[in-house]
Design a protein around this ligand. Structure first.
Ligand SMILES: *[C@@H]1O[C@H](CO)[C@@H](O)[C@H](O)[C@H]1NC(C)=O
Ligand SMILES: *[C@@H]1O[C@H](CO)[C@@H](O)[C@H](O)[C@H]1NC(C)=O
Ligand SMILES: *[C@@H]1O[C@H](CO)[C@@H](O)[C@H](O)[C@H]1NC(C)=O
Ligand SMILES: *[C@@H]1O[C@H](CO)[C@@H](O)[C@H](O)[C@H]1NC(C)=O
Length: 301
């Protein structure tokens, strides 16, 4: 009688053991930042019986082997070429059931469905999830040329992915359909360069706003451009003023552009530094953005 109860409970125990071997991977698609480190999470259950020697961990993308581990060590003979020297597991974390993969220097080609397979002396399971790679657009550069009857404004931003949504506002009303946008893709990296321009035939005192939105990263770039016109005074006919204006304006514009470039290079460097310090997708903060956001560009005509 006692033996029967014991057997029954053992059976139940084994059954629950089998169903309990459940690995955990992200439910949603994971987004990685271009050229940075991406950690692909995968957790497996460990108990007191767990043993490293009988643990097999395999990461695959489709049929390609991304990384594999057995006999207590990395086994990279069958690793796909494009993952060579870019993958690692966290061996100190394994006893805690951590089979996460570290993937270095991600590129757009790393996009895809990844499968984590774990097999230990207590069970085995595999699960898949999607990985997307995205890249931040750079600080937009403003260029303009004066036409005989107006002004041409061109805004360019590069190094981003996927394609952004652009919007132009003039005094808070949408003028996007008066602008033209050109999207160019770098043949090597696959990243986009986006250019957007508008021709203004009549320049009045007004404010323009350029908005770039990169949805997967939640990146929102919003830049104000102030336009000034002294037409009313010009009509009064002061040749001296205008003469001065025409010399002064290009010099001021040049100075402004140099300043913007310097700022941009400085901020990009800092951002790259900061982003490599943090890892991957945990923080999308944009600590320096406000400095530029607050600065307005002004054009005087
Ligand atoms: C990987 O790293 C090793 C040692 O640092 C190096 O010899 C090899 O060329 C690298 N392979 C690739 C594909 O980068
Ligand atoms: C797995 O280990 C890595 C590296 O230490 C860590 O970043 C990650 O948070 C760990 N995962 C969990 C769920 O603890
Ligand atoms: C631009 O959009 C406005 C409203 O959004 C519309 O009334 C106008 O016809 C559009 N103009 C062109 C050139 O498409
Ligand atoms: C634009 O504003 C400036 C002052 O900021 C003023 O001197 C100028 O007359 C204004 N131009 C027009 C066309 O209103």
């Amino acid at each position: 009688m006692n033996l029967k109860v014991f057997c029954l409970s053992l059976l139940l125990f084994e059954a629950s053991c089998l169903t309990e071997f459940e690995i955990t991977v992200p439910r949603d698609t994971v987004t990685g930042f271009y050229s940075e480190v991406l950690i692909l999470p995968c957790m497996f259950p460990v108990d007191s019986l767990w043993d490293l020697k009988s643990t097999v961990i395999t990461w695959q993308r489709g049929l390609d082997v991304v990384h594999s581990f057995y006999y207590s060590q990395d086994q990279l003979d069958r690793q796909n070429q494009r993952y060579v020297n870019r993958t690692s597991l966290f061996s100190q974390e394994m006893a805690r059931g951590n089979a996460s993969l570290r993937l270095d220097k991600v590129t757009l080609q790393d996009t895809g469905v990844y499968t984590c397979s774990v097999s230990t002396n207590t069970g085995s399971q595999k699960k898949s999830f999607g990985v997307n790679i995205a890249a931040f657009y750079s600080e937009p550069r403003l260029q303009f040329s004066m036409l005989t009857d107006g002004l041409n404004l061109l805004v360019t931003s590069d190094g981003g992915y996927p394609s952004p949504t652009l919007q132009w506002l003039m005094e808070n009303s949408d003028i996007t359909n008066q602008t033209q946008t050109h999207l160019m893709q770098d043949t090597q990296t696959g990243l986009y360069v986006v250019s957007s321009w508008i021709s203004l035939t009549e320049v009045t005192n007004s404010s323009l706003t350029f908005i770039l939105h990169n949805k997967p990263l939640g990146q929102d770039i919003r830049r104000d451009i102030q336009l000034y016109s002294d037409k009313s005074e010009r009509q009064e006919g002061s040749a001296y003023r205008c003469h001065g204006c025409f010399i002064l304006i290009p010099v001021l514009l040049l100075l402004m552009m140099i300043m913007m470039t310097v700022l941009f290079v400085f901020i990009t460097k800092r951002r790259i530094k900061e982003q490599t310090k943090k890892n991957g997708f945990t923080e999308m903060g944009y600590p320096n953005e406000t400095q530029i956001l607050n600065g307005k560009s002004s054009i005087c005509l």
